[in-house]
Design a protein around this ligand. Structure first.
Ligand code: NAD
Length: 494
């Protein structure tokens, strides 16, 4: 096992390792600023061809890519498992979700983005109004390692469907998965409309400076702030999908059994390394004991390890293990009690399911992303108190509510871009629902109609269609015309 954690730069190459056993998965040349700039130039040429193909041509190719990914799914799952350690089951869920987007975006791009006539206004009735959404040109996509297929494709597919070319920098922890996606695309599409540049933060910063027309970033809030600042140098617009600290609320009338099942899955899916993973649970006092009993029993039955039917895989980034251990220790020092596990849960490269109860709200584990299979459960007197606590952080990514009567009210009151009611994480798999956060979880949207529009700019065209009724847009306007405008405005807006 490489002692400093994966990945490493060896002989100027990026080498990715399996987090489970330390074996080398693959190695890639690192792209410096020149290579990044060259990729962007190539993309700019390819984009012209891609745009001229029209929506039908792009749709046909993207749907063939969908077929290619689904046919070669076992190969992709094995690679994801090797490079991130995630279980095959978790990898399957991720790819299945990504395929839904690969199916939806190309089929709806023309409807959402294509040219349309819109209504004009009373005084400009002699003009026609045309609206269409045009691609930015070249979009840079920077991805994280935790969902190396779903997350970047959430930007890439929508950007491509909107008519852009893409230069993609995968996480340095998952370069092979990123390369696999670009290679699969190259099998289908004749020109380099999707390219990959490999490397770490410096390569990402070079992509921000390369003159791309838009930058889609997914990763931590700390890095997002750097990306935002770098992109500001050239006024490059950004979409930022960042971290979170999502809460799940269990109300007094909730189906407690279902809530425990979902809290566990929402919190420990992908070994807890999920941006929209449940990290905090607020359960109303009257049902807290029942909820905890079910949660702890089920969590204790989860199988941790590398075997094909294991349910919780290793922690992908070795240095994250120290963060998780730190949060567990801090929660314990501040008076939290362990309902399952404890400091001994941390057994690198694994962290065993850990449930901590009644942790003060200012503990690190309550305020910062833990990104491990750790759930904090705090009792609250009622659901409104739960909502106040859920909304108390600067993050606002996702969240969940379990309730019978107040489900939708609580969901609407949650300060987050997405919330599930009586379920967890479901919004990510619905291509019509926009995905993104508020506050320190970022801004802009991927997925859905908003996701398509995120990668296009509105182009408005006002076209004279009739001879001028009176000289509204001209210095020829006389006093009688002003009186006519006054009369019209009184009739219309009185
Ligand atoms: P990270 O911020 O460390 O890295 C993300 C990407 O940014 C990587 O490709 C990295 O090489 C690149 N990068 C690093 N420094 C850079 C710089 N100065 N300029 C440009 N690029 C730079 O995040 P991570 O550890 O890879 O991913 C985990 C984080 O991502 C968590 O915070 C998680 O919540 C978040 N995430 C968010 C979403 C979402 O949709 N909101 C989805 C998945 C993950």
């Amino acid at each position: 096992m490489n002692s400093d954690g994966n990945p490493q730069v060896i002989d100027e190459e990026l080498v990715s390792f399996s987090p489970a056993d330390g074996t080398v998965v693959d190695r890639f040349p690192i792209a410096g600023a020149e290579a990044v700039d060259a990729a962007v130039r190539t993309a700019r040429d390819a984009q012209k061809w891609w745009w001229e193909l029209g929506h039908a041509g792009r749709r046909q190719r993207l749907l063939r890519l969908r077929g290619e990914v689904s046919r070669r799914m076992p190969e992709l799952l094995a690679l994801m498992h090797a490079e991130t350690g995630k279980t095959l089951s978790d990898a399957r869920t991720e790819v299945a979700t990504a395929l839904e987007h690969l199916n939806w975006a190309p089929k709806h791009a023309r409807r959402v983005l294509g040219p349309r006539r819109v209504r004009t206004s009373l005084v400009l009735v002699d003009h026609a109004a045309h609206l269409e959404y045009r691609p930015y040109g070249v979009v840079g996509v920077i991805g994280p390692w935790n969902y190396p297929v779903l997350t970047p494709l959430g930007s890439i597919v929508y950007a491509l469907a909107a008519g852009n070319a893409v230069v993609f920098k995968p996480s340095e922890y998952t370069p092979a998965v990123g390369q696999w996606l670009a290679d699969a695309f190259a099998q289908i599409v004749e020109r380099p409309v999707l390219q990959v540049v490999q490397g770490g933060g410096e390569t990402g910063a070079a992509l921000c400076r390369s003159g791309v027309d838009k930058l889609a970033f997914t990763g931590s809030t700390a890095t997002a702030k750097k990306v935002y600042a770098t992109c500001a140098e050239k006024m490059t617009p950004v979409v930022l999908e960042c971290g979170g600290k999502d809460a799940l609320i269990v109300d007094h009338d909730a189906d407690v059994d279902a809530a425990a099942d979902s809290a566990l899955w929402g919190g420990l899916f992908n070994a807890g390394q999920t941006c929209i993973g449940i990290e905090r649970v607020y359960v109303v006092e009257s049902v807290a004991d029942r909820f905890l009993e079910r949660l702890v029993t089920r969590a204790g039955e989860l199988r941790v390890g590398e075997a094909p039917d294991d349910q919780v895989g290793p922690i992908t980034m070795p240095r994250q293990i120290d963060v998780i251990a730190g949060h567990i220790a801090d929660a314990a020092e501040r008076g939290g009690t362990f309902a399952l596990g404890g400091p001994e849960s941390v057994r690198p490269p694994y962290v065993h399911p850990t449930i901590i109860v009644d942790v003060p709200e200012d503990a690190r584990a309550m305020r910062e992303e833990t990104f491990g299979p750790v759930l904090i459960v705090n009792r609250v007197p009622d659901a409104d108190e739960a909502l106040t606590r859920a909304n108390a952080l600067p993050y606002g990514l996702g969240g969940a509510v379990f309730a019978r009567s107040a489900g939708m009210r609580l969901a609407r009151g949650m300060k987050s871009g997405m919330t599930t009611v009586n379920s967890t994480l479901a919004f990510a798999g619905m291509p019509r629902l926009p995905f993104g956060g508020v506050g320190e979880s970022g801004f802009g949207r991927i997925h859905g109609e908003d996701g398509l529009r995120e990668f296009a700019y509105a182009k408005s065209i006002a076209r004279r269609r009739l001879p001028e009724l009176f000289p509204l847009l001209s210095f020829k306007r006389a006093e009688k015309h002003n009186r006519l405008i006054d009369r019209l405005m009184r009739i219309r807006h009185r």
